[in-house]
Design a binder for this molecule. Structure first.
Ligand SMILES: [Zn+2]
Length: 269
């Protein structure tokens, strides 16, 4: 701003305002270690846009006022989403497009409504579905991926391959499923081949006691003879424990989700 440095992040602040200004620049969602059943406390409203609660639980909190001014002025904000300790994923632009004083929250458009969706407008199912899907693509998926990659130190949980370009953040329970939440506890870092094998029920993970698991390869594949990929890439992992799991126990796969997925693997085999 006029050649001055403007910090977009400040310790303890969930809305950042430039010095001498009164309009929000940044919306911050801090990383919550271990709370992780749901990283998004955003409940989509009738039109599918996100809700964020008043800062400090008050409409008159300075941070809430700064968000209101951003709304009134149509300012573009940066949303910094915590994906680890001191680690943020930036999303830009996002807009504050409405306020619901009765519920104590603002309506935020993460750049998906583009003006054709009005906050609180009567739901048109097609539009709503589009907005929810775009939010998943623009916000939930990148946050999920960044969180999973950090928790697994960018390594495949099965084979420990370390090339991020060859890695996916796999869902244990698919994200189309209502339980398929974008939490790190529903995630596994996997290389492309192991992710595809996991999704195709060729590779399963049998949960064991402490939040980790053992790899199983579908029985008929164990009988096959083929090249080195089958031998080393799949058969070689049969009955081996997962090689990489998050250091923080609270970020390891939820046993309940692994169990559910493992049952599907068994019934598909
Ligand atoms: Zn792998």
């Amino acid at each position: 701003m006029n050649g001055r440095r403007v910090p977009l992040l400040r310790t303890g602040a969930s809305v950042v305002v430039a010095e001498g200004a009164d309009t929000a620049l940044t919306l911050v969602t801090p990383f919550a270690a271990g709370s992780a059943d749901r990283p998004f406390d955003d409940v989509p409203g009738p039109e599918g846009l996100l809700r964020v609660p008043y800062r400090g639980s008050s409409a008159q909190h300075p941070e809430s006022r700064a968000l209101r001014r951003a709304m009134e002025r149509g300012v573009q904000l940066v949303w910094l989403f915590g994906v680890g300790p001191a680690s943020y994923l930036p999303l830009f632009p996002v807009f504050v497009v409405g306020e619901e004083p009765g519920e104590g929250r603002f309506v935020v458009d993460p750049g998906v409504g583009q003006g054709f969706v009005a906050a609180g407008s009567p739901p048109d199912e097609h539009v709503r579905r589009y907005v929810v899907a775009q939010t998943r693509r623009r916000l939930h998926q990148p946050v999920f991926r960044a969180t999973v990659m950090r928790a697994y130190a960018s390594r495949c949980t099965v084979c420990s391959l370390r090339h991020e370009r060859l890695l996916d953040a796999a869902h244990i329970v698919p994200d189309a499923d209502p339980r398929g939440i974008a939490s790190v506890r529903n995630g596994l870092a996997m290389c492309k081949i192991h992710h595809a094998a996991f999704d195709a029920d060729i590779l399963g993970i049998r949960p064991v006691a402490d939040g980790v698991g053992v790899v199983e390869i579908r029985a008929d594949l164990l009988e096959e003879k083929d090249g080195p990929m089958l031998l080393h890439g799949l058969q070689g992992h049969h009955r081996q424990p997962l090689r990489v799991t998050p250091i923080d126990e609270a970020e390891r796969p939820a046993r309940e989700l692994l169990e559910r997925r493992y049952e599907e693997f068994l019934s598909a085999g």
